[in-house]
Write a protein that binds this ligand. Structure first.
Ligand SMILES: Cc1cc2nc3c(=O)[nH]c(=O)nc-3n(C[C@H](O)[C@H](O)[C@H](O)COP(=O)(O)OP(=O)(O)OC[C@H]3O[C@@H](n4cnc5c(N)ncnc54)[C@H](O)[C@@H]3O)c2cc1C
Length: 509
């Protein structure tokens, strides 16, 4: 069944048992359905949980259906486990570089991979309580564990029970794409659904795909001691991002010893003596690399199959997902969709933001549009790459003239003191105004810093606010935002104006 998730989690240790007890308890008995629900939610990932909790909080009768683990990708196979191991890999990198800070560590870094994964599972289990079936039951939500499918335009079936709805939300998320590479399936490969079950480090790892998932995990495994090759079919990593940011990351990867194969097309996978050989071509020349494991991060496909969307009158596309309008309504006006199943930008905070829109539009006045969202995102490599709004290329494509204010962290005191000068800020404004079109931050803490620009954009303010009104404590790396924004005024000081001011000052003397 596509997208199906197991109810047990390997390696089934005490932490995984806690996770499963929270996220899909074996003893769970589905409740008797209400005669009609205000909202039936399909899928208990971020979008489903946020919508169900929000709707129950305002007094709606809500049913939530989950076939796998509550918490969805973010908790179980995505953000949470990946950020836990990224943190361990950062610790390894910091200890590796400790001598730069005058600290002797007494030898090479000794990584206990099993302990790294143990820590990840412990923290994931701890966090899982928040998404647990019991917690949602206590919020007044009827939680049904099982596979949901539409019977018709107003009814859903789960485990032989029929849920009638006034409104429904499809929040069934996405799953990793399995690329049709000859020999890949036979050789076996990891995806985000299986990589976090590892208890032994693959000494040699090949990562296919240089998007956010591939880049984050390639660097994390490399820092944890795997010899990593990353194969990316595009000419740059993170194809969506500004070229400067992506190239910067490529240089960091190369410096850290990750073998980077850009513009590379994977041809096939073969096996030899228990190892996996990935064959690929780079600009016509054939290459191959041998690995213990292959990790595939080659895109995400929306979970639209098996839902019987035709019976509900909900239009969808197997690649783009459920079709929604600006209010997140599908072609059945009673049915909405949110999160990865309907959005090209597959992030937890977007799942959350779109779920909130659905609660408003489905249960109250239909007034909130996705168009009004200001959406940032971040790839948690080191340095992080965070972005909000338009890229310069988008603005140019729309014929908007752009002025860009940049600041290197090499010029920012706190970054110098922290030994974190690696990165820069670019803020794009509409020429002739201070309106921020978009911004990219490449920095160790870029994900934290981007929110300040997002807030300014969401409030419909401009760089003048950042440059002249917001005071940043000294020394902070976020002060780089003020420094970059300050260039707005430098551009305004035309020679003619300076001449007038000179005369005025002379008169004042
Ligand atoms: C490795 C990795 C790292 C990531 N890191 C980040 C990050 O750092 N920051 C970030 O913002 N995003 C990150 N993401 C993306 C993030 O995990 C997703 O965008 C988010 O989980 C989407 O939430 P969702 O609710 O739309 O879908 P999901 O979380 O996928 O939830 C959908 C749920 O629906 C259930 N379901 C599907 N079909 C049915 C059915 N027929 N009946 C019942 N239930 C069904 C599924 O079992 C699943 O639990 C990461 C993703 C991955 C893979």
């Amino acid at each position: 069944m596509p997208g199906s998730k197991p109810f047990y989690v390997i390696p089934e240790d005490r932490y995984d048992n806690v996770l499963v007890a929270n996220a899909h308890p074996a003893s769970w008995v589905n409740p008797e359905p209400a005669s009609t629900y205000n909202l039936v939610v399909l899928g208990a990932g971020t979008a489903g949980l946020v919508a169900a909790a929000g709707a129950a909080t305002v007094g709606a009768r809500v049913a939530l259906v989950e076939r796998g683990l509550m918490g969805g990708d973010c908790l179980n196979y995505g953000c949470v486990p990946s950020k836990a191991i990224i943190r361990s890999s950062r610790a390894a990198a910091e200890i590796r570089d400790a001598a730069d800070y005058g600290i002797r560590t007494g030898g090479p870094v000794d990584i206990d991979f099993a302990k790294v994964m143990d820590r990840m599972r412990r923290l994931r289990a701890q966090i899982s309580e928040h998404d647990s079936a019991e917690r949602f039951k206590s919020l007044g939500v009827d939680v049904f564990l099982g596979e949901a499918r539409f019977l018709d335009r107003r009814r859903i079936e789960v485990g032989g029970k029929v849920l009638r709805f006034a409104k429904a939300l499809i929040a069934t998320g996405a799953r990793p794409v399995h690329p049709p590479i000859p020999g890949l399936a036979e050789a076996g490969f990891l995806t985000n659904e299986t990589v976090f079950t590892l208890t032994q480090r693959p000494d040699v790892l090949t990562v296919i795909g240089g998007g956010p998932i591939g880049c984050e995990l390639a660097q994390a495994f490399s820092r944890l001691g795997s010899k990593v090759t990353i194969i990316q079919r595009d000419v740059q990593f993170l194809p969506r991002e500004d070229r400067q940011a992506a190239e910067h990351l490529g240089r960091v990867f190369a410096k850290e010893g990750i073998a980077c194969k850009l513009n590379a097309q994977v041809a096939k996978v073969t096996t030899e003596s228990g190892k996996k050989r990935v064959h690929f071509t780079v600009e016509g020349s054939e290459e191959s690399v041998v690995a213990d494991e292959i990790l595939v991060g080659a895109g995400r496909a929306p979970n639209v199959e098996g839902l019987n969307l035709e019976a509900a009158g909900v239009a969808y596309d197997k690649r783009a997902g459920v079709k929604v309008n600006d209010y997140l309504q599908t072609t059945n006006r009673r049915v909405y969709a949110a999160g990865d199943v309907a959005f090209p930008y597959k992030f937890t905070h977007i799942a959350e933001a779109t779920a909130r829109i659905v609660v408003q539009n489905a249960l109250f006045l239909k007034s909130k549009k996705t168009r009004s969202l200001t959406i940032p995102w971040c790839t948690y490599t080191d340095p992080e790459i965070a972005h909000v709004g338009m890229y310069e290329k988008d603005a140019q494509a729309k014929g908007i003239e752009v002025r860009t204010f940049s600041r290197s962290f090499k010029e920012v005191d706190r970054a110098i003191l922290d030994g974190e000068e690696d990165g820069f800020i670019m803020i794009h404004v509409k020429k002739g105004t201070d309106r921020i079109l978009g911004a990219t931050i490449v920095a160790r803490h870029a994900g934290e810093m981007i929110s300040e620009i997002t807030a300014v954009m969401a409030a419909r303010k401009g760089v003048k606010l950042l440059a002249a009104s917001v005071i940043h404590p000294y020394p902070t790396q976020a002060d780089a935002l003020r420094q970059a924004s300050g260039q707005y005024y430098a551009g305004l000081m035309k020679p003619s104006l300076r001449k007038i001011l000179r005369k005025w000052f002379a008169w004042k003397r």
